[in-house]
Design a protein around this ligand. Structure first.
Ligand code: PMV
Length: 285
C-alpha cells in the first residue's frame, strides 16, 4: 500500500496554462511517497511532514474516512512551486489503488489526483500532477471539462537545471486568484506566454535561444504580478553566474527560480558563493 509521485518544475507557461495555453514542464528527481497502514479510527496522517490545514480534506478526497494511518515522506521543499501537492496527490491515489489491487490507467490517475489538487489549488490546470505521474519532460494543454489532458512527451535535453530557493512559500491558490482578478487587462501577456512556449519547444536543443525565452517568460510573469523582489534578485544572480536564462518556476509570490545552463555545476557553485540557497535538479525520466 505504497505510492510515489515526482515533484515537478515548470520550464515555461505557468499561469497561462490555466487559461488553455500550452506549458512545458519536467518531473524532477525528488518526490513524495505515501504508505498506508491499517489501524482503527479516523484516517489521518501519522507524522507532521506536511503541516498544512488542508491535508485532512486532501486525504478524504481519496481515502476512506476510517481505518488508515497515512505516512508521508517527501524530499520536496513545500510550497515552493516544485509540485509538492501534486506529488502528494499522485502518491495518495497510487497508494489507494495498490490497497484495492486496482490497475490505474493514466487518465483515471489524473482525474482522481485532480480532486486532491482542487483542495490545495482551487482551479488547477492539472499540469503539475500530469507530470508528477508521468515523469520526463512534456508539453501539456489543459483539457476542456470532461475531456482528457494532452501530454506530449519531449526528448530529454542536454542542458541542466539549477534551482535557487527564495526561502519563502508562495500560496498557489492566492496567486492563481490574483491573476484571474487582473484579467482581461493581462490577457495579451498570457497569450504571449503561450506563444513563447511554442518557441521554447522548437528551441529545446538550443540552450542560448531557450535561455532568452525563459528570461522573457520571467519578465511576463513580473508583468502579470506574480514575481517578488527576491525572485527578481535570484533571477539576476543566476544570469550573472552564467545561466543561459532564468525565471521563477511555479505560481510565484515566493518559491523557487529555475536557471538553465549547459554547465550547471559552475552556475551552482557561483550562486552558492554569492550566498543563495540552491541545488541541482535532474529530470526524472
Ligand atoms: O506553484 P505550483 O507548483 O503549484 O504551480 C502552479 C502552476 C500554475 O500554472 C500557476 C497553476 C496551475 O494549476 O497550472
Amino acid at each position: 500500500m505504497i505510492g510515489h509521485g515526482h515533484g515537478k518544475l515548470i520550464l515555461c507557461g505557468e499561469h497561462a496554462v490555466v487559461y488553455g495555453h500550452p506549458a512545458i514542464a519536467m518531473a524532477v528527481d525528488r518526490g513524495t511517497t505515501v504508505r498506508l497502514v491499517e489501524r482503527p479510527g479516523p484516517t489521518a496522517a501519522t507524522d507532521a511532514t506536511i503541516d498544512d490545514p488542508r491535508l485532512p480534506t486532501a486525504l478524504r478526497a481519496v481515502l476512506p474516512d476510517q481505518g488508515f494511518g497515512v505516512e508521508i515522506r517527501t524530499d520536496l521543499p513545500i510550497g515552493r512551486g516544485m509540485g509538492s501537492s501534486a506529488a502528494l496527490a499522485v502518491a495518495l491515489v497510487r497508494a489507494d489503488a495498490s490497497r484495492r489491487g486496482e490497475a490505474l490507467d493514466a487518465d483515471a490517475l489524473w482525474e482522481r489526483a485532480m480532486a486532491v489538487e482542487r483542495v490545495f489549488h482551487g482551479n488547477p490546470s492539472g499540469l503539475d500532477h500530469a507530470l508528477s505521474a508521468r515523469g520526463g519532460l512534456a508539453r501539456y494543454t489543459r483539457p476542456a471539462p470532461g475531456h482528457r489532458p494532452t501530454l506530449e512527451p519531449l526528448p530529454l535535453p542536454t542542458w541542466g537545471i539549477v534551482v535557487l530557493d527564495s526561502g519563502a512559500a508562495g500560496d498557489t491558490a492566492a496567486m492563481v486568484a490574483g491573476v484571474a482578478s487582473r484579467r482581461p487587462a493581462i490577457d495579451r501577456d498570457l497569450a504571449r506566454i503561450g506563444a513563447l512556449v511554442d518557441e521554447a519547444q522548437a528551441a529545446l536543443a538550443d540552450t542560448r535561444a531557450l535561455g532568452a525565452l525563459l528570461d522573457e517568460n520571467h519578465a511576463l510573469l513580473r508583468m502579470i504580478g506574480v514575481s517578488t523582489p527576491r525572485l527578481d534578485e535570484l533571477v539576476a544572480l543566476a544570469r550573472r553566474a552564467g545561466a543561459a536564462g532564468a525565471k521563477l518556476a511555479g505560481a510565484g509570490g515566493g518559491g523557487v527560480v529555475l536557471a538553465l545552463a549547459d554547465e550547471p555545476d559552475a552556475v551552482l557553485s557561483a550562486v552558492l558563493k554569492a550566498g543563495a540557497s540552491a541545488f541541482r535538479c535532474a529530470i526524472a525520466p
